[in-house]
Design a protein. Structure first.
Length: 160
């Protein structure tokens, strides 16, 4: 698996939004191959995304960033892996910096989130529990209705 793919998966895991991958290889003078950019709603989420990227890249590819910055205020964290540079922005900072516009001639793609096997199993378990709950509710309603009908019939018989 390539570095940019691992980075985007880590971003998806931490609920990053507006993830894009910018291929800079065709741009003369670019000193890197790829930008991976995303945004988050808060400083806490920006840090969590950046930490998640570092952790997943190390676990899967055994790489550390050559340089990182921005962790103190967490408005814009940069992780430099040499050929891949990761930018994690707070929404308002990304809107202000408009990095994508500076490199408008780069080929830009929007990655799709891949459902992991773990996520699929969790969804299946939730669906199973929901189905059991629905059956339990239906059974309880049926039991209440049956009890009410039996009670009414008993009351009519007692009147006779």
């Amino acid at each position: 698996m390539d570095l940019a793919t691992v980075v985007t998966e880590a971003m998806f895991d931490k609920k990053a939004s507006k993830i894009i991958v910018m291929d800079m290889r065709a741009i003369a003078g670019a000193s890197f191959d790829v930008f991976v950019i995303c945004e988050a709603v808060s400083a806490i989420q920006v840090r969590a995304i950046a930490d998640g990227v570092e952790e997943m890249v190390f676990k899967q590819l055994h790489e550390h960033p050559l340089h990182s910055e921005g962790f103190i205020n967490a408005e814009w964290i940069l992780l430099d892996y040499g050929n891949v540079v990761v930018h994690v922005f707070q929404e308002r900072v990304r809107a202000h910096i408009r990095l994508e516009e500076l490199w408008f001639d780069a080929k830009t793609t929007v990655p799709k989130e891949k459902k992991s096997a773990v996520a699929t199993v969790k969804v299946a378990k939730v669906a199973k529990v929901a189905k059991k709950s629905a059956v339990s509710v239906a059974t309880a309603k049926t039991a209440k209705i049956t009890k009410a009908v039996v009670t009414k019939k008993q009351q009519k018989l007692q009147k006779l």
